[in-house]
Write a protein that binds this ligand. Structure first.
Ligand SMILES: *[C@@H]1O[C@H](CO)[C@@H](O)[C@H](O)[C@H]1NC(C)=O
Ligand SMILES: *[C@@H]1O[C@H](CO)[C@@H](O)[C@H](O)[C@H]1NC(C)=O
Ligand SMILES: *[C@@H]1O[C@H](CO)[C@@H](O)[C@H](O)[C@H]1NC(C)=O
Ligand SMILES: *[C@@H]1O[C@H](CO)[C@@H](O)[C@H](O)[C@H]1NC(C)=O
Length: 423
């Protein structure tokens, strides 16, 4: 039953990894004054959160002198793109730099992963040059290897490696992209992203002005898709007063820049533009692997796509209209009973730090139930379930068993984690 054990291990690990980050780049660099500027920009651009929420990563750092050519005369959005090209989504320690097969490779960076890079501009060329020198350059054809490895700063094998390089890696066009300003056409972006209903509500209610005024200081918009407005359970907006519509639309935005890496590492509730003090109209966030879910207290919604991530503005699409408790919490009418939520979604898990028995279990509710005779109450029961598995039917039955067991273990580990987080 090595396979099922591996699956259990995987689920436990991946749910742990979602919440507890293994490294803290801000902390790692804090001991080095020569990287103080680099460290400060990682925090300002929120790249630090993105780095901390990932595993198997290499950060190419620049000392304060080398960094100044990028930071001196460019806006934060450009600095963020330039720095995200220095975050490699693979683990390179000094020995590995010299063991690159055929002496040259292209590696993916965070710039590529965040979708801001056109073509292969988000890849970096690493080449083992003669004389033990390792060169770095943009993967764009015709680029020179303008930067080279200078020294190792820190390794936590195989989670994070921090290496110093001599100069920034500049992809064509990366320094000339215009920053988003109050002129950015939010409506056009929303329409293109399939959020026409939301876009027209934002315009007709006048909330677009609130959004535009907020951009300079940081703005994040969670835009429900057109399908979200057609879904069952969405209140009839015609029954709301115009003040309530304004609150609802303000609730779909936060007055700060929160890219996805930051959402993943956020533990405190997020204030929205509708928040006027007293913690009202806020959102909470849970993460499971790469999936980020917002919770209102009434419903929850997955973040589905990034429409724009350009400091200081982030726009995401969400699958559901976010319904604040302040407007819909105890209203009997426009909301029908909430639909049952799958227990694999983070919602019920994080809202129920109660014993596992009370958590809605896919196993108990599903036709797989007969396979699961052992009551589940805690960690001690997991091996029992596992042992029973080894004596149960082979073939198809054992696949069923494997997924049932991993579902239980996943729920259990998520509950354990949520109690850690809540305590
Ligand atoms: C690497 O990350 C994993 C998963 O987060 C963690 O369990 C492990 O302890 C980390 N390794 C080190 C050496 O910190
Ligand atoms: C990372 O380290 C910095 C500096 O030591 C600290 O201020 C910050 O709270 C840490 N972040 C996390 C998520 O632990
Ligand atoms: C990396 O750049 C060098 C120099 O321009 C080039 O010769 C090499 O083919 C490139 N490597 C890859 C994998 O494209
Ligand atoms: C923004 O885009 C919308 C829809 O594409 C368009 O109707 C509007 O005129 C544009 N606004 C500005 C200020 O360009």
């Amino acid at each position: 039953m090595a396979a099922s054990r591996a699956i259990l291990f995987f689920f436990t690990l991946s749910s742990l990894a979602a919440i507890i980050s293994a490294h803290n780049i801000t902390d790692i660099l804090s001991g080095f004054t020569e990287y103080s500027q680099f460290n400060s920009f990682l925090s300002q651009t929120k790249l630090a959160d993105e780095i901390n929420s990932r595993q198997t990563i290499t950060v190419l750092v620049l000392n304060n002198g080398a960094l100044s050519s990028v930071t001196a005369k460019h806006p934060l959005s450009v600095i963020k793109n330039a720095l995200s090209l220095l975050v490699l989504l693979d683990y390179y320690d000094p020995p590995k730099l010299h063991q690159i097969s055929k002496g040259t490779t292209l590696t993916t960076t965070l710039y590529q992963a965040t979708g801001n890079a056109p073509g292969n501009l988000g890849f970096v060329n690493i080449t083992d040059l003669q004389g033990g020198k390792v060169g770095f350059g943009s993967a764009a054809s015709g680029s020179k290897l303008d930067s080279s490895y200078t020294k190792s700063v820190k390794q936590i094998p195989y989670n994070i490696s921090v290496l110093e390089i001599s100069a920034p890696i500049i992809a064509p066009g990366i320094l000339t992209a215009p920053p988003p300003t109050a002129d950015v056409n939010i409506t056009a972006l929303l329409e293109k992203a399939g959020c026409k209903t939301f876009s027209s509500l934002v315009v007709s209610s006048g909330v677009i002005k609130t959004y535009q005024l907020a951009i300079d200081k940081g703005l994040t918009i969670f835009a429900p898709s057109d399908e979200a407005f057609k879904a069952r359970g969405v209140p009839d907006l015609n029954k709301l007063t115009s003040a309530e519509v304004v609150s609802l639309l303000q609730y779909h935005a936060a007055a700060r820049y929160i890219p996805v890496g930051t959402l993943k590492t956020t533990k405190d509730p997020i204030s929205t533009l509708a928040t006027s003090g007293g913690g009202k109209y806020d959102l909470s966030v849970t993460t499971a692997g790469d999936s980020v879910t917002l919770h209102t207290g009434v419903d929850s919604s997955r973040i589905s796509d990034t429409v724009l991530d350009s400091t200081p503005l982030a726009i995401f699409t969400v699958d559901n209209v976010l319904l604040p408790t302040e407007l819909f919490g105890n209203s009997p009418s426009p909301l029908p009973a909430p639909e049952p939520v799958s227990s694999l979604s983070p919602a019920p898990v994080s809202l129920a730090p109660a014993p596992a028995v009370e958590a809605p279990s896919p196993v108990a509710a599903s036709p797989l139930a007969p396979a699961m005779e052992t009551p589940m109450g805690g960690p001690a029961d997991a091996p029992a379930v596992e042992a029973e598995h080894s004596t149960s039917d082979k073939g198809a039955g054992s696949h069923v068993m494997v997924s049932a067991v991993s579902a239980v273990l996943f729920t259990w580990s998520a509950i354990v984690i949520s109690s850690i987080v809540l305590s």
